[in-house]
Design a binder for this molecule. Structure first.
Ligand SMILES: Nc1ncnc2c1ncn2[C@@H]1O[C@H](COP(=O)(O)OP(=O)(O)OP(=O)(O)O)[C@@H](O)[C@H]1O
Length: 280
């Protein structure tokens, strides 16, 4: 099982001309993997994520899940966005149930209700299930959005800066809940997440895709995060492998292709990584 893009191209036509966003991107995310997309604003992270979600079409290339071409959204891929996107008039439980009924019209009422309870409980919100989004905190709304995504029982979870609007403590808690849901409380096999956080990407991911805007290639490098799970957010930062990945990401995100040619890093042997375009 894998989620793949093969040689995909995507441009947008704007008043200033044609803007090339995805330039011949190859990426294969395998079963059991958590992959993060990181890069400067506007480099195409959300476009790539939306391509996996079937929300953004491509100009060329193939997007597939388990070999089947992705041509639109589907219940096998659920999305979580930064801004919660809950329906304001419905309770948290109704928000989850409505999404499940829409994505899985063939499921019985019992199955939908069981899922609502299971996933709202998993994110610690069962007690709050009858409240409207405006009656709970932003963190709770995002937990409900995560529960809603998992309740559809997708094969793939696609998350666009899911922790971006949260304070540090709420963010840590939801990161832990997301990992627990993915690893042990659901059948979801793949997570792809857009993030701006270097430390967040290292803590959560198996691989980190560092993306670039022109004149860089769309994928500058794919970095393996060879750290055992479960990961402890406090002790992990003392691990040499953590620091090596962190340094490599900083280097890639703060230099231009020209600078990298003229000034290679002192020691590139520490962070294991794959060359550009490596499919896995
Ligand atoms: N529908 C659209 N029409 C025109 N241009 C678009 C459209 N969607 C995105 N773009 C442009 O494509 C580029 C890539 O956008 P995208 O949102 O994928 O980047 P990003 O890396 O996710 O950025 P950010 O980190 O700021 O969210 C940007 O310059 C954006 O302005």
């Amino acid at each position: 099982m894998s989620l793949s893009v093969d040689r995909i191209w995507k441009s947008y036509s704007t008043k200033r001309g044609v803007q090339s966003v995805l330039r011949g991107v190859d990426l294969e995310v395998r079963r059991g993997e958590f992959v993060s997309l990181i890069g400067h604003s506007g480099c195409g992270k959300s476009t790539l994520l939306n391509t996996f979600g079937g929300l953004s079409s491509v100009d060329g290339g193939r997007v597939t899940l388990d070999g089947d071409e992705i041509t639109g959204p589907g219940p096998d891929r659920a999305m979580v966005f930064q801004n919660y996107s809950l329906l304001p008039r419905l309770s948290l439980a109704e928000n989850v149930a409505v999404a499940v009924r829409e994505a899985r019209p063939d499921w019985s009422k019992q199955r939908v209700d069981d899922g609502v309870e299971k996933y709202l409980t998993a994110v610690g919100l069962w007690e709050q299930k009858d409240k409207k989004p405006s009656e709970v905190s932003g963190g709770m709304q995002q937990r409900a959005a995560v529960a809603r995504a998992f309740a559809v029982e997708p094969t793939v979870l696609l998350a666009d800066e899911p922790f971006g609007a949260l304070d540090a403590l709420t963010r840590s808690r939801l990161q832990d809940q997301l990992i627990k849901l993915w690893k042990s409380e659901s059948d979801t096999e793949i997570v792809v997440m857009v993030t701006h956080g270097i430390d967040e990407a290292i803590l959560l991911s198996d691989r980190i895709v560092v993306m670039g805007a022109p004149p860089n290639p769309s994928i500058i490098e794919i970095i393996e995060v060879d750290l055992p799970r479960p990961r402890d957010r406090v002790s992990i930062i003392d691990d040499q492998r953590y620091r090596a990945v962190q340094e490599r990401m900083m280097y890639l995100l703060t230099t231009t292709p020209n600078e990298r040619e003229k000034m290679p890093p002192k020691d590139t042997s520490v962070a294991p990584r794959q060359p550009v375009g490596a499919a896995g």
